[in-house]
Design a protein around this ligand. Structure first.
Ligand SMILES: [Fe+2]
Ligand SMILES: [Fe+2]
Length: 140
């Protein structure tokens, strides 16, 4: 068996695009980074998993700022509930990062599954609604 084979823990397909390039590209990078965390853990490379988790935290932060800026600029009606979902998720990832970094408790498969679940729920319900609205406002 080829031990270096990479497994896609999360698959990002065209069906997952919201139609606004900046958002889609960030989602794609986030997914790729979660896959790197997963693969690092599979190979027991904990320090690399931690580095990717830190990178993921930064990507999440920048991504939420991007979406929130676009929503504010266009007076998106669902802004507050959308932002609340972002804030909760960010806190969760910050918590996983702190536990890994400061208390040496690596992120586990269950938590990665939680991230995957959150990502697709949020994407399907909130981000697509937001993407559609932005698209109507001329963003692509
Ligand atoms: Fe969002
Ligand atoms: Fe998003």
């Amino acid at each position: 068996m080829n031990k270096t084979k990479k497994i896609n823990f999360i698959e990002f397909t065209n069906a997952d695009k919201v139609g606004v390039a900046s958002i889609d590209n960030q989602h794609k990078s986030m997914v790729e980074t979660v896959n790197k965390i997963y693969n690092s853990l599979l190979l027991s490379k904990e320090s690399s998993a931690l580095n990717y988790l830190k990178k993921f935290l930064e990507l999440v932060k920048a991504h939420f700022q991007t979406e929130e800026k676009l929503m504010r600029e266009t007076n998106f009606p669902g802004f507050y509930s959308h932002k609340l979902e972002h804030d909760r998720f960010y806190k969760q990832i910050l918590n996983y990062t702190d536990r890994f970094h400061k208390e040496f408790q690596p992120i586990g498969k269950e938590q990665l599954e939680g991230i995957r679940k959150w990502f697709f729920n949020h994407l399907e319900i909130s981000d697509k609604k937001c993407g559609k609205f932005l698209h109507e406002k001329g963003f692509s």
